[in-house]
Design a protein around this ligand. Structure first.
Ligand SMILES: C[S@@+](CC[C@H](N)C(=O)[O-])C[C@H]1O[C@@H](n2cnc3c(N)ncnc32)[C@H](O)[C@@H]1O
Length: 460
């Protein structure tokens, strides 16, 4: 158990950040190899548990138990027969097989999975006279099979439910970002420093103006406070034979304690400024509830409001300030607010109440509701609170204008599936990072916002 070959799968584009994160967690760069779709780690059983508890970027932690060339289903059966499954689970437990493939010559993946199931059952029957049962819903053990063109790889999963499920989310909203992808955005933006081995002690103000259920703000707040990603959930390894409850309890207690050496252990909460707002009040309520459950309500400030009207929640400090968001885009999430009004609909919308007081005061003020009369054709009503649809073509140029007018000095990062977004916003991106949101290829665009006055001065 001290010389395991782990594989940590992750979303496409996240591999580099995951390699840095794994290095930070286990403290041994030599043990880590970045691969396509994930990171291979040579580690102990204890480190496998630590990776489950602390990784924000991996989707699972798998233990590789066999890799062998294959040409047929029979080769796969033989390979699975040769694995000592009995050191991971017993015949009294249940299991499930998951299979993936890239360029496999086999015709049926289901049949290949069936052969692995047969091999596991036959091996147990041979050893103990009894075989474990299959349970596809709540298995005690999960076995992963991956077929490449030439090799079959078999893994025992230690995570159980995928790691993006942190255990705090109750309210989802309509299109929540996976927590693992939110963390990847935070890493890719540079807000979260994964390169340095020392604990990060300073954080720029971070603002998500389309925060939905609050995923980005909550992940960022947990990072700043050093709260372990998996501190509120159960793991598959708790049902595997090598599991020792006292070891795990001690590891978790240490990680959760405020002065954990690994955590950032931010004691001065005033140093951390994390904000979120959304045009839909229902979403702000969800985000608030989620922040409470995630233990970060004290430092995440959430408000209602249209991204096209909200003023900056704080001044830009010398170290800079960051906007990080996955704005409404595509079928599932419609744009609401003034971008909908500008299309001439009779809308019921929300409007920020601008105040002559300080920026923070303005962010804190409640939103007034107003009815705006216009005479053109009505547009389709969307949801309870996110009032009317608008084409993204209206929203993004207006957002760029709003930022140039009010967010001088901020650095904005937007995750969108549209490669032409900078042109539509008439902004030149200073960086574009490819990230996959499930099957959707996206870019995280970075824009360094220069206010109108600054632009003129630069041109002069
Ligand atoms: C893709 S979702 C964001 C999901 C979020 N990251 C989460 O994890 O739940 C986009 C959000 O933008 C909000 N939205 C739509 N139009 C908006 C506007 N004009 N201003 C601010 N938020 C808006 C929607 O209500 C929705 O919650």
């Amino acid at each position: 158990m001290n010389n395991l070959h782990l594989f940590l799968p992750c979303a496409g584009g996240v591999e580099t950040y995951l390699a840095d994160e794994a290095t930070k967690i286990i403290g041994d760069k030599e043990a880590i190899r970045q691969e396509m779709g994930g990171v291979a780690v040579k580690a102990s059983w204890r480190q496998a548990l630590e990776l489950n508890l602390h990784s924000r970027l991996a989707s699972r932690v798998l233990v590789g138990v066999m890799q062998r060339p294959y040409r047929s289903e029979d080769d796969i059966y033989e390979a699975a027969c040769d694995v000592a499954w009995e050191i991971w689970f017993t015949h009294k437990q249940t299991f499930k097989i998951d299979i993936t493939a890239t360029r496999s010559p086999l015709k049926s993946l289901n049949f290949a999975a069936l052969r692995v199931k047969d091999a596991i059952c036959d091996r147990f029957r041979h050893k103990s006279g009894e075989r474990p049962s299959v349970d596809t819903q709540r298995p005690d053990a999960r076995v992963y099979v991956h077929l490449s063109a030439e090799h079959v790889s078999l893994y025992v999963d230690t995570s159980g439910e995928p790691l993006f499920k942190r255990g705090w989310r109750q309210d989802k909203g309509d299109a929540p970002l996976k927590e693992t992808l939110a963390a990847a955005m935070i890493a890719a933006s540079g807000w979260w420093d994964l390169k340095s081995s020392a604990a990060q002690t300073s954080f720029q103000p971070l603002y998500d103006p389309c925060c939905g259920s609050g995923t980005i703000a909550i992940e960022a707040a947990q990072i700043a406070l050093g709260i372990p990603a998996g501190g509120q959930r159960r793991f598959g390894f708790e049902r595997l034979l090598p599991f020792q409850k006292h070891v795990w309890d001690a590891m978790k207690t240490e990680a959760l304690s405020a002065d954990s050496a690994r955590g950032n252990g931010q004691k001065d909460l005033k140093n951390i400024e994390i904000y979120g707002s959304d045009v839909a009040h229902r979403m702000v309520d969800f985000a608030q509830r989620n922040a409470e459950l995630a233990g970060v309500a004290e430092i995440v400030q959430l408000r209602g409001g249209d991204a096209l009207q909200r003023k900056p929640p704080c001044e830009v400090p010398p170290q800079g300030a960051v906007i990080l968001t996955n704005p409404p885009y595509g079928e599932r999430i419609e744009i609401a607010g003034v971008a909908a009004q500008s299309r001439g609909a009779r809308v019921h919308t929300v409007r920020a109440n601008h105040s002559p007081r300080g920026l923070r005061d303005e962010f804190d003020r409640p939103i007034e509701e107003s009815h705006i009369q216009a005479d053109a054709r009505p547009v389709r009503a969307s949801r309870e609170t996110a009032e009317f649809n608008a084409e993204e073509g209206d929203f993004f140029p207006q957002l760029a204008t709003h930022w140039k007018t009010h967010f001088d000095g901020w650095t904005a990062h937007l995750l969108v599936p549209d490669m032409k977004l900078p042109g539509k916003m008439r902004l030149k991106e200073t960086r574009r990072v490819p990230l996959w949101n499930g099957p959707i290829e996206c870019r995280l665009f970075r824009f360094d916002i220069q206010g109108r006055k600054e632009q003129k001065a630069a041109q002069a």
